[in-house]
Design a protein around this ligand. Structure first.
Ligand SMILES: NC(=O)c1ccc[n+]([C@@H]2O[C@H](COP(=O)([O-])OP(=O)(O)OC[C@H]3O[C@@H](n4cnc5c(N)ncnc54)[C@H](O)[C@@H]3O)[C@@H](O)[C@H]2O)c1
Length: 434
């Protein structure tokens, strides 16, 4: 009897570049690349695809090189570049097919532009960029170079948020009217982790953006107005431009003429010993229902003498990113924070290897149509971030409580100071086409 021969599937390869080797690299990209070293990606569309971290870039190179030493055996050979000019050197090495950008928020744009100009696929951490003009430029480059430009919003992959969206999409929850979200980071984030770049920054851009996207993606509608206030005095001077906490309000309007308002409160000065590492809570009220979610009520409370709540947290989010001993004996680190990166790599592999070369353009368009992560679908989120930053800047200059109107007769983003009918145009073109 002859054994039927089974051809081994083609083994494709994607090489990744990483710009920024800080906290989020350690939490999500590191386990992602280390897991892929063990097991390639598999999908019917493209077969098997090795994904390997090939080059990294960071400010001083110190943490990167320490990681590369410690991870020997868990990852392959990786080139490390440092400032100045680290991104240009990484791209010049010619060693990468896609690049992930995880630098501080206000340093995304330059790195992203260089990546796209070099014709590489791009994945950037949230918030993608801080202004619509920057977003326009990245979108233009991605189209010109025929590559993907995507942003990481991992909360959209949280099973709880997927359920919320499913209930809304299926019409079980009818018409959102209003809601609140809060996300509180511990003081060590502002005091230690981000101390190098925190001057002039605010926690709203850094974390409210998770909820801005959740609201935009889940409920749709058109962003109409943005207001914001905040407090200072802990991270920086009380009259300065570095913010401890912010309260942002978005008003959306829907096709039926009704409005909804959402308040998003954020902080990065919550005491380090509070029980939930990152306190997260949302409530959305609908015509026929209420959705309540609280990170500390997700189910787990742990006490270990001498360890909780500082070394280990009393409540933990095992859905986002946890280290586990699997039932079959293996150690793993996984969760939606890692899954979102895996999805992006699959999208790139599908574009590059998921069928005949002549149909690449079709596959590229299909990947671009995914509004959960494509930069072209990030317009209302970036509009909110730009509006919030402009409002906080005016506040720091002694003019609090401005409002930004979206797709106003005078322009796409128009800022009004209290008591003044004279608008200041932040962005001229429409945010969303009529
Ligand atoms: N998805 C999430 O939930 C999540 C969580 C945390 C952070 N983030 C985002 O990830 C990004 C990075 O945050 P982080 O917490 O890792 O910050 P971090 O301060 O811990 O690390 C920043 C990294 O960028 C590098 N860097 C700084 N300037 C650079 C430059 N000019 N060129 C190259 N590298 C440079 C630094 O060397 C460092 O490795 C931010 O945009 C943040 O909003 C996302």
């Amino acid at each position: 009897m002859t054994t039927p021969s089974i051809a081994a599937p083609a083994l494709h390869r994607l090489r990744a570049g990483m710009v920024g080797m800080g906290m989020i690299f350690d939490e999500t990209y590191r386990p992602f690349f280390e897991a892929l070293r063990q097991q390639p990606l598999f999908a019917r569309a493209f077969g098997a695809c090795e994904v390997e971290l090939a080059a990294v870039s960071s400010r001083t190179g110190a943490r990167a090189e320490q990681y590369l030493r410690e991870a020997a055996g868990r990852i392959g050979k990786v080139q490390s570049f440092r400032e100045p000019g680290s991104v240009a050197q990484l791209l010049k090495s010619g060693n990468v097919d896609f690049v992930c950008v995880a630098t501080p928020d206000n340093r995304h744009f330059d790195a992203c532009r260089a990546v796209l100009q070099a014709g590489k696929h791009l994945l950037v951490e949230k918030p993608s960029v801080l202004s619509l003009a920057e977003l326009d430029e990245l979108e233009r480059l991605a189209r010109q170079q025929n590559v993907l430009a995507k942003v990481v919003y991992h909360k959209l992959l949280d099973p709880d948020h997927k359920k919320l969206r499913t209930l809304v999409a299926d019409g079980e929850l009818k018409h959102v009217n209003n809601g609140y979200c809060s996300l509180l980071e511990p003081k060590l984030i502002s005091g230690q982790q981000f101390s190098e770049w925190i001057r002039g920054r605010n926690p709203g851009t850094y974390v409210a953006v998770h909820y801005i996207k959740l609201i935009d993606f889940t409920f749709g509608g058109r962003l109409a107005r943005v207001t914001c206030t905040g407090q200072r005095g802990i991270v920086g001077p009380a009259g300065g431009d570095t913010w401890d906490s912010t309260q942002l309000r978005l008003v959306y309007e829907y096709g039926d003429g009704r409005e909804a308002a959402f308040d998003i409160h954020t902080s990065w000065v919550t005491p380090d010993n509070f029980p939930g590492y990152v306190e997260q809570e949302v409530q959305f009220r609908f015509d026929n229902g209420v959705w309540n979610a609280h990170s500390r009520k997700r189910g787990v409370e742990l006490t270990i003498e001498g360890a909780t709540p500082t070394k280990r947290k009393i409540t933990m989010n095992n859905h986002y990113n946890g280290t586990f001993l699997e039932p079959w004996g293996a150690r793993s680190q996984r969760g939606y924070g890692v899954e979102v990166l895996d999805r992006f790599a699959r999208e790139v592999a599908t574009v590059e290897f998921g069928g005949p070369a002549a149909e690449r353009a079709k596959r590229l368009e299909a990947a671009r149509a995914l509004t959960y992560n494509d930069l072209s679908a990030d317009r209302q989120v970036v509009a909110t971030v730009q509006a919030m930053e402009a409002i906080l800047e005016r506040h720091a200059q002694g003019k609090p409580d401005c409002v930004v109107c979206v797709d106003h007769a005078a322009g796409g983003l128009v800022l009004f100071e209290p008591g003044s009918g004279q608008g200041h145009v932040l962005y001229g073109p429409r945010v969303v086409s009529a």
